[in-house]
Design a protein. Structure first.
Length: 423
């Protein structure tokens, strides 16, 4: 696909875009009737127009049926999480038994580290990426301390080479081979939140397993963004949140993947709750814990129905569109953004996200030569919502479900005006 700099090109691309009508299924934020250009779907996805109806349905049922709602209606609350399973499994390339919607991301990360970070005196390190999302880092360090080890010794970081922002594949192999015998757990973001780099998850899993390391991924920025095949890749476990690309709403329910080979492994240590107990006998309230098969065995509590209800319509949109079509548009949309930035603003900014489209998703992270924070503020004043990250990065996420090529063109035009005004 070749692009040109004229607005016509964006219009043509939108006309040819098979997903262009998806946009109409979402609410865009607006001020006095004027919609914002929204490029923050990697932080908080937009609200599908059907979402209020799904939440309202459960609110009404609570009014009208109260406790009976656990067993009545189209989606009884008792097993509400099950209504999300199949679509989530598709998104991460898993079998239904391998996924569950529950809790929040960091909570799930802890719960799964309880099972999958089992350090010994020889093998006690955790490999993470330098500049990992802070919550992951805090979680990992606290787990290391919980086991009586010292994060200063046990935390190994993947570091980009001097002057580079992303980690090279050969450096990942090298670290895993060099440190592998001491690494208990490899825990990386599927997509790094800051640079937008997609890690080669399949290869990392393979390299890790060759060194007998457990391999887990934080998919906060990967799910709903890039194709995933967790089952086939043999990934041990993964966690995610639903409020970014999944459009599940603020603080929406998280999720977890545990590979099928652990589905019936009672030897794994874990923290238990009644929702992980075999559902056929759960309500006989027995003293003895009987583990459910699969990822559901890590559940603690009954389902947060309202938050799950808010996620269902978005998952339905993903199921209707399908990941291949979504990825196809995403590649074009991000490539188009890159094309415009490189051809119009080459001297004004640096794109720190990998240039290879297969090493990135729906995000470009920009370092502006001058005045990043002021520019971000000016963008907002010009009705562009995007994300600012200290120390100097603007993250732009053109989301294929609801962003258009015209959005991208308009954004670059506004940015150009702001940057050239400052010259
Ligand atoms: C967004 C994000 C989180 C957020 O964690 P919560 O528990 O949902 O607050 C964690 N890790 C990464 C990598 C993220 O991008």
């Amino acid at each position: 696909m070749s692009f040109t700099l004229e607005k016509r090109c964006a219009e043509d691309l939108d006309l040819k875009d098979e997903l262009r009508s998806c946009r109409e299924q979402f609410y865009f934020p607006h001020e006095e009737g004027k919609p914002y250009l929204y490029f923050c779907g990697n932080s908080l996805g937009l609200q599908p127009k059907k979402t209020p109806q799904f939440v309202e349905c459960e609110i009404k049922k609570w009014q009208q049926a109260a406790v009976e709602g656990h067993f009545t209606g189209e989606r009884p609350w008792m097993d509400y999480h099950e209504f999300l399973t199949e679509n989530l499994a598709h998104l991460v390339g898993a079998k239904p038994i391998e996924v569950v919607a529950m809790n929040s991301l960091t909570t799930n990360l802890h719960l799964l580290m309880v099972s999958f970070y089992r350090p010994t005196s020889q093998k006690n390190k955790i490999l993470i990426e330098k500049g990992a999302f802070p919550s992951d880092r805090y979680a990992v360090e606290s787990q290391i301390r919980f086991h009586g080890y010292d994060p200063k010794e046990c935390l190994v970081e993947l570091v980009p080479r001097p002057g580079e922002y992303c980690v090279r594949e050969e450096d990942i192999t090298e670290v895993i081979q060099r440190e592998g015998k001491n690494i208990a757990l490899i825990l990386l973001g599927g997509v790094n939140y800051y640079t937008g780099q997609v890690f080669p998850m399949q290869k990392i899993t393979q390299w890790g397993h060759e060194e007998k390391c457990t391999v887990g991924f934080d998919l906060a920025h990967a799910i709903g963004n890039v194709p995933l095949q967790l089952h086939d890749w043999q990934v041990d476990f993964a966690v995610w949140c639903s409020y970014k690309y999944l459009n599940g709403g603020p603080g929406g329910v998280g999720g977890a993947f545990v590979h099928e080979r652990y589905a019936n492994d009672p030897s794994l240590p874990r923290f238990c709750g009644w929702w992980g107990h075999d559902k056929s006998t759960r309500f006989t309230m027995p003293d003895n814990f009987q583990l459910m098969s699969g990822a559901e065995g890590w559940q603690l509590s009954n389902a947060p129905v309202l938050s799950m209800a808010a996620l269902i319509p978005s998952l339905q949109i993903f199921a209707d569109v399908g990941i291949p079509a979504l990825r196809n548009k995403s590649l074009q949309l991000t490539n188009y953004l890159e094309f415009l930035l490189r051809n119009k603003l080459q001297n004004q900014l640096e794109i720190i996200t990998p240039q290879n489209p297969h090493e990135r998703g729906a995000q470009l992270s920009l370092h502006l030569q001058n005045g990043g924070k002021e520019v971000h503020k000016a963008l907002l004043e010009n009705s562009v919502i995007c994300d600012w990250r200290e120390p100097n990065s603007i993250r732009i996420a053109p989301v294929p479900l609801y962003n258009s090529f015209q959005d991208v063109w308009d954004f670059v035009k506004i940015l150009e005006t702001l940057l050239l005004r400052g010259e």
